[in-house]
Design a protein around this ligand. Structure first.
Ligand SMILES: CC(C)(COP(=O)(O)OP(=O)(O)OC[C@H]1O[C@@H](n2cnc3c(N)ncnc32)[C@H](O)[C@@H]1OP(=O)(O)O)[C@@H](O)C(=O)NCCC(=O)NCCS
Length: 451
């Protein structure tokens, strides 16, 4: 069986180890592998966070993945799992166009077998399965540098944050009453949350719309509210309620507390209740519910900090910055796009619109791009854009990009001008560079994790 994506794929690696896709009987061995692989040191206690997180996928009907999406490598007896990775399904919206994405998660190998290429083999399986599912790209947040070896580039901003100590939030003046309160969302709130979230995704930063957002849907939201979802996914939805009992906003807050902080992964209100007028009240509401958030056994007894993890830019950050706070700049998701023309052809409705709205409206021509090891053409005419792989790397190209750096441009992580400053081997004809930045503009992104 040579089709790495096939559920029945099985192969014997050097040393007799067996690579295959998991089935339900493998779950205890997979959890054992994760517990040891993520332990702080080889003889330390097992990592219960990793086990709990994996259980969410393997045993609790997670909408993004199940045991059949887990690639494993077993010992010669086919019993002990030595390496494993779960391939989640998720969707991002690129300028409003849904893009199916594969997200490898819980990448691990047993300490005794590291450096032998087991995870490299697992990634070959994961990439084959992701391509077979029709996913246009893969993304992962993880250990520095490692995934570059498997064709990934840092290309979507993630995880910027602001932390505010509870002590920085002023108490409610005795003469006032809170304009809002928080309550746990229920399934009947799902349409309201989706509408508020959609509004949040439409926000602008410095006049720029968000280019890439997570495609949150009712299935995932329902899963976060399911009473059986005691997994360690990052957040649960709350509603922000005004004095008349109306839902005027939403907040995604920590399901469980691991450290001294309460995480906030998403927050938004409707147009009648702008965040800046409500921040102190929302902060007090979050502090009030902190005792109700279960704390992991290793967490400090009390929470004392609000952790707003809302990406690189967020309209609430300037408000938070008027209080004592600490800030962390965004880092980035790794992204792999194996078939660049296929990706471009998927997003052409957005590209057509960008050109039509730009000074290049009416443009007719072909951009020949070389990624040094391969090439492609982008053909442009009014109402139509398409990309085709070319037979070779095109020495006569008008735009040259190292292969992975191209991904930064395609996803709007950096502009052509920025890339040319940092990469001498990004070489773009001066008349074409502005058109490339119209097609793939550098814009803010916000991808809330749907773990
Ligand atoms: C990170 C981890 C998955 C790597 O597993 P592994 O079995 O060593 O992976 P592989 O042997 O397939 O690695 C492929 C290559 O990367 C190298 N490599 C391994 N760990 C590396 C690291 N941290 N940084 C850079 N390169 C690394 C390997 O030597 C190998 O090199 P080669 O192909 O030139 O021989 C493993 O160390 C682990 O389980 N760590 C703890 C869990 C964890 O942190 N997971 C990642 C969460 S995002």
């Amino acid at each position: 069986m040579h089709d790495l994506a096939h559920p029945d794929y099985i192969t014997t690696l050097t040393g007799g180890l067996i690579a295959r896709w998991a089935n339900p009987s493998d779950i205890p061995a997979i959890l054992a592998c994760y517990g040891v692989a993520f332990a702080d040191h080889p003889n330390g206690s097992v990592n219960t966070f990793a086990i709990g997180y994996a259980q969410g996928f393997l045993t609790r009907n997670h909408p993004a993945a199940g045991v059949a999406d887990c690639a494993i490598i077993c010992d010669t007896e086919n019993r002990t799992v030595l390496a494993a990775t779960i391939l989640m399904r998720t969707t991002i919206d690129y300028a409003g166009i849904p893009i199916p994405v594969g997200r490898p998660e819980l990448v691990a190998s047993h300490p005794a077998v590291r450096g032998r290429g087991l995870v490299r083999h697992i990634f070959a399986m994961i990439h084959a399965r992701s391509a077979q599912r029709g996913e246009y790209l893969q993304m992962i947040a993880g250990i520095p540098y490692f995934y570059r070896q498997f064709g990934y580039e840092y290309a979507i901003a993630s995880a910027g944050s602001r932390k505010v100590p509870f002590s920085a939030i002023p108490p409610l003046p005795a003469s006032d009453s809170e304009p809002i309160t928080l309550r746990r969302a229920t399934p009947s709130d799902i349409p309201t949350i989706l509408a508020l979230y959609a509004r949040d995704c439409q926000r602008q930063h410095d006049g720029q719309p968000l280019n890439i957002t997570a495609n949150l849907d009712a299935t995932y939201l329902a899963w976060t509210m399911n009473p059986h979802t005691d997994a360690i996914d990052p957040w649960v939805p709350y509603m922000i309620i005004d004095g008349d009992g109306n839902s005027v906003g939403y907040a995604f807050t920590s399901r469980m507390r691991w450290l001294n902080h309460i995480g906030i992964w998403g927050i938004g209100t409707n147009s009648q209740f702008p965040l800046h007028t409500l921040f102190a009240s929302i902060a007090r509401g979050l502090i009030a519910l902190s005792d109700a958030i279960p704390a992991h056994e290793t967490a400090p007894a009390q929470a004392d900090t609000l952790f707003f993890c809302l990406g690189d830019t967020h309209p609430i950050y300037p408000i938070i910055e008027t209080y004592p706070h600490t800030r962390k700049a965004a880092d980035a998701w790794y992204v792999r796009i194996d078939d660049i023309p296929q990706f471009i052809n998927h997003i052409t409705p957005a590209l057509v619109q960008m050109v039509a709205d730009s000074p290049f409206a009416g443009y007719v021509g072909t951009i020949a791009v070389s990624c040094y090891r391969f090439g492609f053409d982008i053909q442009i005419s009014p109402g139509h854009i398409s990309a085709q792989a070319t037979a070779h790397a095109q020495t006569n190209a008008v735009a040259f990009y190292p292969p992975l750096v191209m991904v930064q441009q395609l996803l709007g992580y950096r502009s052509c001008q920025q890339l040319q400053v940092h990469y001498p081997d990004v070489r773009v004809d001066a008349t074409i560079a502005p058109l490339i930045d119209v097609l793939f503009p550098a814009r803010p992104t916000w991808v809330v994790a749907l773990d």
